[in-house]
Design a protein around this ligand. Structure first.
Ligand SMILES: Cc1cc2nc3c(=O)[nH]c(=O)nc-3n(C[C@H](O)[C@H](O)[C@H](O)COP(=O)(O)OP(=O)(O)OC[C@H]3O[C@@H](n4cnc5c(N)ncnc54)[C@H](O)[C@@H]3O)c2cc1C
Length: 389
């Protein structure tokens, strides 16, 4: 796999290869998955076999050892081709927590198998019904008992839980009232879901407006070996935060891909659809929203590349990663609106794929972090305004 040059026009070879792979999964495939709310197993298998989900795993552990630029190019291309990386994107950023904070034993036990596709690390258990955006208020508790932790509690919106072998779990190990700071006393674990479903863990799918395979998870005295604790007990929130910038940048990449898909689709239809004896795309009322969405997408793309470059250089990139995620999700939504409007009534017809992508693209203004919470981050951490919550 050729990494190409780092930068905006980078990874042309990877993009071309991913595009070729995506061409095997056209609109009909995604429509069928969407109708049945089925997991796109064949698509995920194809990506795994081609090594794309392991690009961030270093070569010594069986991956390709490429940069976040490469991962970004892969996810953007998937979305620009009309496919959906949400089926498997978490593997790319969750794995970073094991890589950065896991022990040698954990890396040896998990990374080569994740890289080969033998083990799927797709589930990320952070959000709870009672805490929502206020992550440190989560209640799921892992109590140490000899060489195990015993986990009780509930997670919600744990995506891909039914299609993952492992879950990265954030749980309290010290009650909040016994910690100096609310960010303390949280720990991160690797949970083997294959064992846990046989011993106290219940997974319940949540039907949503798009095909996302998200679930509720209930823990009833689930025993997790102490050797599956990542890093130091009580420091788990820091480890999760550490991975957030990569997550924001990769989600922004998907939104940029979505925006490109909507814009290309709107342009093509605007040129081809004749009403009042001329292409509808000749009307400024049709052109301008598409042109504006394009301008917004390009601005978001520049911010994304700035964030990726800073991430790769080991520089602080919280501002860029958060801003890129916000701008890209907004640009994708502007493009979705323009595309639907351009298609008129046909935008609502399943066979055009616009309505499906429209539902899928909307998610990223809410998850994995909502626009309001990003604005709060910028206000507090970039502008120095008082914390609002
Ligand atoms: C399809 C889907 C998949 C997901 N996958 C995962 C996953 O795999 N793992 C996981 O852990 N989580 C996942 N999530 C959860 C997601 O990260 C949360 O939904 C998101 O962080 C918001 O939390 P909440 O839904 O509880 O909203 P809430 O926190 O209840 O917020 C509701 C609204 O209030 C706003 N709000 C809250 N507090 C403030 C404030 N102080 N100032 C201004 N506005 C505020 C929010 O911005 C939001 O608009 C997923 C969610 C969805 C919908």
């Amino acid at each position: 796999m050729d990494e190409g040059t780092a930068g905006p026009a980078s990874h042309a070879e990877i993009r071309a290869e991913v595009q070729k792979l995506c061409a095997r999964f056209p609109g009909e495939y995604w429509r069928e998955m969407d109708r049945k709310r089925a997991y796109p197993s064949e698509f995920v298998r194809a990506l795994t076999e081609a090594g794309y989900l392991a690009v961030l795993i270093p070569e010594e552990w069986g991956g390709a050892g490429l940069s976040l630029f490469a991962a970004s190019a892969i996810l953007e291309t998937i979305h620009a081709a009309g496919c959906n990386g949400a089926a498997c994107h978490a593997q790319m950023y969750i794995m970073g927590t094991i890589l950065r904070h896991g022990s040698e034993g954990q890396k040896r036990a998990f990374l080569p198998e994740i890289a080969s596709g033998a083990l799927r690390l797709q589930a990320f258990g952070v959000t709870e019904p009672g805490s929502g955006s206020d992550t440190t208020n989560l209640r799921t508790f892992a109590r140490r008992e000899g060489d195990h932790y015993v986990v009780n509690g509930q997670k919600v919106w744990t995506s891909r839980a039914e299609h993952s072998d492992l879950m990265l779990l954030l749980a309290r190990t010290t009650p909040r009232e016994r910690t100096r700071r609310r960010t303390e006393g949280l720990s991160t674990f690797i949970v083997d879901m294959r064992q846990a479903v046989r011993a106290g863990m219940t997974i319940r799918p949540i039907r949503t407006m798009m095909n996302h395979n998200s679930c509720e998870i209930f823990f009833d005295n689930v025993r997790v070996p102490a050797e599956n604790l990542i890093g130091e007990e009580g420091q788990g929130f820091r480890y999760i935060l550490d991975g957030m910038n990569a997550e924001r940048l990769l989600i922004a990449s998907e939104s940029i891909g979505d925006a490109k898909w909507f814009i290309a689709k709107a342009v093509a239809y605007g040129k081809e659809r004749i009403v009042f004896g001329r292409p509808i795309g000749q009307n400024q009322g049709i052109q301008f929203p598409i042109a504006r969405a394009h301008a917004e997408m390009r601005a978001a793309e520049l911010m994304l590349h700035e964030g990726l470059a800073r991430f790769e250089a080991g520089k602080a990139c919280g501002e860029e990663a958060n801003t890129a995620k916000l701008l890209a999700a907004d640009a994708a939504w502007a493009a979705a609106e323009a595309c639907l409007e351009t298609h008129g009534g046909y935008g609502f017809a399943e066979e055009f794929d616009v309505e499906r992508k429209y539902r899928e693209a909307r998610l990223y203004r809410v998850a994995p972090i909502s626009t309001n919470l990003i604005l709060s981050y910028i206000a507090e951490h970039v502008l120095g305004l008082p914390r609002s919550y």
